[in-house]
Design a protein around this ligand. Structure first.
Ligand SMILES: *Cc1c(COP(=O)(O)O)cnc(C)c1O
Ligand SMILES: [Zn+2]
Length: 500
């Protein structure tokens, strides 16, 4: 719709104004720093930063109802900069001018309701929100769109030129970073650090295809992360891991979309998501808190984070019921099919602790939970989801397994519906499905295929067929007829088809 055709009362709000005042705020000593420079940790105390809008309260001068109409009307716009996560501009990057915003099709991913038969199998009412349907096929595009729009803004202001943007990755961060950086040629060069042989070949192909410089490092993600941190501390590079607070801002859009998807009524909704480096759950809690503060939603949904027992430091931290006795301990990880969450020392842990406290306090009860699941359950539920019309990656399956665990432990109530985050596209992790179907998982995963879930192709090539077609050498007409008839007969016999 053209701007002039919008209703008079909403028209002045449709194109956002750069009215915010964003600053970095240290999570620990609360010191404030200007956003003109790239900061990842507090120069004073070394703690993580969050981005805060000092003028946030101005947003409360607009009623919650008006905000809902603003976001709903913005859906009808054809302005690319407002088609993605910046639909919620005032809550995301309220200082970045529209002309600096990079839009590659991120956000507004589908919410797909589970079928009746699958809901019955799971024992709960639920939806998948498919973040694999983002441009680089994971939710990481949400945060990268904001981090790179901000870098683009600095470039356009001549505050930066020729940036080398570095990230460590379990695969998806590097795919997203490389994609957005490649769009901003020639200003940004993307450099990614990946744990050698710990990411899938599909994920490796993504930054390579986007033209990034790809370094493979021995060890696991946690080791790569330390190298990326060291580079960003000692050299003039931009860090694109979720330590970068701009990424958290962009990932908050996931919560805003859920609010909009449910017409801003989040009563009896639980959001279930995997925890790896913990930027994701940080952003989801932060986003809902902001919408509550602005009066756009009037209750906070339940949050259920999920971890594999092969990489569960956050779960272990919250096992201790006494808040004062809780102590975070990094753990060594074991191989996990939820490979993008195979992290033993999550960088955003201090943010998680901060937001879990704030979230539970605002909710007036415990409203954030962490569930733990086995590798076997992750794989089985991933395959089951995909056999019922979904496109769940292993982390989507991990979340679904977490939903089942939460239901069994009474964390998820009868009347609640769950929104499950499938964080990436399953094609990125199809190798795990293959290992399951071929029953050749290395022992350390601890996964035994359930024969009922195995699916393998059937080669139809009857022995009595003498002549077979091959590329470049089609069969002659009479042979071709014999071939088609014989193959059809074979398939009909396998399927027990009834003759017309
Ligand atoms: C990054 C990622 C996660 C984990 O998210 P964090 O923000 O690191 O907790 C889960 N699933 C997929 C597919 C990812 O790419
Ligand atoms: Zn500080």
């Amino acid at each position: 719709m053209k701007l002039e055709d919008f209703p008079q009362d909403i028209k002045p709000f449709i194109i956002p104004k750069q009215e915010g005042k964003l600053v970095y705020r240290c999570l620990s000593c609360k010191t404030e720093f200007g956003i003109e420079e790239l900061l990842y940790t507090c120069p004073d105390c070394g703690q993580l930063l969050l981005i805060e809008d000092l003028y946030f309260d101005r947003l409360k001068n607009i009623s919650g109802n008006t905000w809902k109409r603003i976001f709903d009307y913005r859906k009808m716009l054809s302005i690319p900069q407002l088609k993605g996560v910046f639909r919620y501009y005032e809550f995301i990057g309220s200082m970045i001018p529209l002309e600096s915003i990079v839009y590659l099709g991120e956000g507004h991913t589908p919410i797909v309701e589970a079928s009746p038969i699958f809901k019955e199998k799971v024992g709960a009412d639920f939806y998948f929100k498919n973040d694999g349907q983002n441009p680089s096929a994971s939710f990481k595009d949400r945060g990268m769109a904001v981090a790179l729009s901000y870098l683009n803004y600095l470039i356009q202001q001549n505050k930066l030129s020729d940036i080398i943007a570095v990230c460590a990755s379990t695969g998806d961060t590097s795919a997203a970073a490389a994609l957005y950086a490649s769009y901003l040629q020639p200003h940004i060069k993307s450099v990614v650090l990946l744990p050698h042989k710990k990411i899938t070949s599909q994920q490796l192909s993504q930054p390579l295809g986007s033209g990034a410089v790809v370094f493979e490092i021995p060890g696991v993600f946690d080791d790569c992360m330390k190298v990326a941190e060291s580079l960003s501390e000692k050299y003039n590079v931009a860090l694109l891991n979720s330590k970068n607070a701009w990424r958290i801002l962009g990932q908050e859009s996931y919560s805003y979309e859920i609010a909009q998807d449910f017409e801003y009524d989040l009563s009896n909704i639980a959001v279930v998501l995997p925890i790896g480096n913990a930027g994701n759950i940080t952003a989801v809690m932060s986003g809902f808190l902001k919408f509550l503060d602005a009066g756009i939603i009037d209750q906070l949904p339940k949050i259920i984070g999920v971890q594999s027992e092969h990489a569960d430091p956050v779960y272990r931290y919250y096992l201790e019921p006494d808040v004062k006795k809780r102590k975070f301990k990094p753990i060594p990880v074991k191989p996990s099919v939820a490979q993008a969450a195979m992290i033993g020392n999550p960088v955003s842990m201090p943010r998680v602790i901060h937001f879990v406290n704030a979230y539970n306090k605002k909710s007036g009860k415990q409203n954030v939970f962490v569930a733990q699941v086995t590798e076997q359950d992750i794989m089985d539920w991933t395959l089951l989801a995909n056999k019922h019309g979904h496109i769940a990656c292993t982390h989507g399956g991990e979340s679904l397994a977490g939903l089942v665990a939460a239901k069994n432990q009474g964390i998820l109530k009868e009347e609640e519906s769950a929104v499950i985050k499938s964080t990436a596209h399953p094609l990125k992790f199809s190798g795990f499905q293959q290992m399951y179907f071929e029953d050749n998982f290395p022992a350390e995963f601890g996964i035994m295929p359930d024969p009922k879930l195995i699916n393998t192709p059937v080669l139809v090539c009857p022995k009595d067929l003498k002549e077979l077609p091959s590329p470049g050498t089609p069969l002659k007409a009479d042979q071709f007829k014999i071939f088609i008839d014989r193959i059809s007969k074979e398939i009909a016999s396998i399927l027990d088809l009834i003759k017309l």
